[in-house]
Design a protein around this ligand. Sequence first.
Ligand SMILES: Cc1cc2nc3c(=O)[nH]c(=O)nc-3n(C[C@H](O)[C@H](O)[C@H](O)COP(=O)(O)O)c2cc1C
Length: 166
Amino acid sequence: MNKKAILYGSSGGNTEMVAKQVQDLFNGEADIFNVLEVSLDEIVPYPYLIIGTSTTGVGDLQDDWEGFLPYFSKMDFTGKTVALFALGDSASYSTSFAESMKVVYDELVDKVRIVGQTPDEGYTYDDSMALVDGMFVGLPIDEDNEYDMTAERLERWVEKLKEEFV
Ligand SMILES: Cc1cc2nc3c(=O)[nH]c(=O)nc-3n(C[C@H](O)[C@H](O)[C@H](O)COP(=O)(O)O)c2cc1C
């Protein structure tokens, strides 16, 4: 078993695709689960969790995460480290860009060590509640407008996570 698990919820497939790219960047040394199908028992053994969700409304979590988060957040997070990423659309939803990861962040921030915060340099948007102290609480990815930047953003982020996940 790998020590890292990627948990994603995806309505249209973008988050799923990005989750698989993250898995590739860890050279396959991460297991991947769709929150629609996973059970808490499967996740408990992993010390490192990477959580991916799309934003499907102003400040709204992706539907499958909406159902899963109330159970997930009650898990025993002792000894675990979590990183977050969120898909969003910075053009059509410029005032609520990638906010879904903040919903997960708010549930977990008092329970677990969260890593992988990202500066907002290089993103074009008007507002997002996913910022804390001027940093995104995780990695925003915009497949709708900035798909050509996804590979570079993910590479940089995963390199950082490799240093944190020790
Ligand atoms: C109904 C709807 C509402 C959305 N609301 C937001 C939003 O508030 N903020 C944002 O950044 N993106 C928003 N998006 C864009 C999606 O997050 C984006 O297209 C994402 O790539 C979808 O990922 P998925 O295919 O994994 O579901 C919304 C998309 C839809 C369809």
